[in-house]
Design a protein around this ligand. Structure first.
Ligand code: PNW
Length: 482
């Protein structure tokens, strides 16, 4: 990579991200409570390969080995999520705290710090305690949920805040609310389609859930800022998802505005309330009308500015075409059509093993610029990565993962150019993911790791892929030594 050497500051964080459900296993060990995924992954016909989260990569058992992997991959940061149901097995503010759950994360944090790796901790990566779902439908009940989440967050700040200086409240409200409450393919699996779910309303619930998530986020941040930040001196924020929208036909103004509208619905719907205006973008309210909840003036003031940084997850891009028919009432993307090729037949990019994901480095630089121009907050890239076709066994070919190497090399170059040429402020690059893991509704079929995991072996043997070492070298060249 020429011309961009040393373009990242010495305090730049390079490392990997994971989530508890996807790697920990140990679903009933040390008094853990049930999460909604412990239940959902055992229901029939929900997971592509009929697997569940009982074991996954067993990171609960092998966390020390994983910290050594991180070290050997040159990582100076690791983003993981805390399983709420390990800390408070029944989830609620009047339920007991589980000392063994605290001990596990405390040990993991100490192990990371002893190896020179900075922890980034996500409080919620989609695994609500099942008891809260049973009691009051979790996110659908604002008062109860906000109070229980704040209590859980406070327990975490108290237990880990002396050592954790980078907090992320929620991971990807957009993806979570849409998959769990619109499509019904994520736990708790609610949607309007009665052949899939006996409960749910796809036109309202995703909007209520993500609204309540923003309010829970803002309240948990207020607690951190008033009671903990003055002494613990950490930072706290939210991580949002978002993929680039490229006009299907750049010469058709209707496609140009459709692509911009998709970004507004997909990204600004969550980011504007937090980073810009304390409210949803007007074009979103125009389309969604009364289905979209409103912020009270107090809520709006609390949400605006409630993140110290912009937590960004991005993977790919789509060609976006306008639609001539009116939006239906379950639309959350701005009434557009997603296309695989543009008007000239040009494909998005090389296809991964995951249906929605192609390699589109050209779009990453545009998206970084779009977000930075709109919000002017320092960006923490908290997830990015890919699956690769044909990864089924740890053969020499599979471990020499050229598809993933090309993905990372080209995306990291786009990042470096955005920083160096465009002046975008980026503070971290946390690749998804350290390990092959349990990819939600796709089970073990989608391998996102820079480490191959043999899920059939009792030790869940880890085999480094070459991309891990390529990434290490890329960042060694990009991050300044002094
Ligand atoms: C993220 N999309 O989800 C999650 O944070 C991870 O837990 C997950 O394993 C990873 O990305 C890979 O999927 C996404 O359709 C799911 O654009 C879907 C999309 C983006 C992110």
């Amino acid at each position: 990579m020429k011309g961009v050497e040393n373009c990242l500051d010495k305090d730049f964080y390079f490392g990997y991200a994971t989530a508890a459900v996807q790697i920990e296993g140990a679903w009933n060990v040390d008094d853990k409570g049930l999460s909604i995924w412990d239940k959902f992954s055992h229901l029939p016909n929900k997971i592509k390969d009929d697997t569940n989260v009982d074991e996954t990569a067993e990171a609960y058992k092998f966390y020390k080995e994983d910290v050594q992997l991180l070290k050997s991959y040159g990582a100076n940061a690791y983003r993981f999520s805390i399983a709420w149901s390990r800390i408070i097995p029944l989830g609620g503010r009047n339920d007991p705290v589980n000392a063994k759950g605290i001990e596990f994360y405390s040990n993991l944090i100490d192990e990371l710090l002893a190896n020179g790796i900075t922890p980034f901790v996500t409080l919620f990566h989609w695994d609500t305690p099942q008891a809260l779902e049973d009691r009051y439908n979790s996110f659908l009940n604002k008062e109860e949920f906000v109070a229980d989440f704040c209590n859980y967050a406070k327990v975490c700040y108290e237990a880990f805040g002396d050592r954790v200086k980078h907090w992320i409240t929620f991971n990807e409200p957009e993806v979570y609310s849409a998959c769990a409450y619109l499509a019904g393919i994520f736990a708790p699996g609610r949607c309007s389609d009665r052949s899939k779910s006996s409960e749910g309303n796809s036109s309202t619930e995703p909007l209520i859930v993500s609204h309540n998530m923003l309010i829970a986020h803002a309240n948990a941040v207020k607690i951190y800022r008033t009671e903990f930040q003055p002494t613990q001196k950490g930072t706290i924020g939210i991580t949002l998802s978002g993929n680039w929208a490229e006009p299907w036909n750049p010469n058709d103004p209707r496609d140009v505005s459709a692509a911009e509208r998709m970004l507004v619905f997909d990204i600004a719907r969550f980011a504007d309330p937090v980073f810009k205006s304390g409210d949803y973008p007007p074009e979103v309210r125009d389309q969604m009308g009364d289905r979209l909840p409103t912020f009270t003036p107090e809520e709006s003031a609390l949400v605006l500015g409630s993140s110290d940084f912009y937590g960004m997850n991005t993977y790919t891009a789509f060609y976006i075409k306008h639609k001539d028919t009116p939006a239906d009432d379950t639309d959350t993307k701005g009434n557009v059509v997603y296309e695989e090729t543009n008007w000239e037949g040009k494909p998005r990019g090389p296809k991964s093993a995951t249906d929605w994901l192609c390699t589109t480095p050209w779009a990453f630089r545009k998206l970084l610029n779009w977000i930075y121009a709109r919000y002017k907050y320092p960006i923490y890239l908290t997830e990015q990565g890919t699956t690769a076709p044909g990864e089924t066994a740890p053969t020499e070919d599979v471990l020499n993962d050229t598809f993933r190497i090309d993905y990372y090399t080209s995306y990291v170059e786009s990042l470096a150019l955005a920083v160096k040429e465009d002046g975008v402020v980026v503070k971290s690059y946390l690749a998804w993911s350290l390990l092959d893991n349990w990819e939600w509704a796709n089970g073990f079929t989608d391998r996102f790791g820079v480490t191959f995991v043999d899920f059939s072996s009792p030790e869940k043997t880890r085999y480094p892929k070459k991309s891990a070492y390529v990434l290490k070298e890329l960042f060694q060249n990009l991050i300044k030594n002094e």
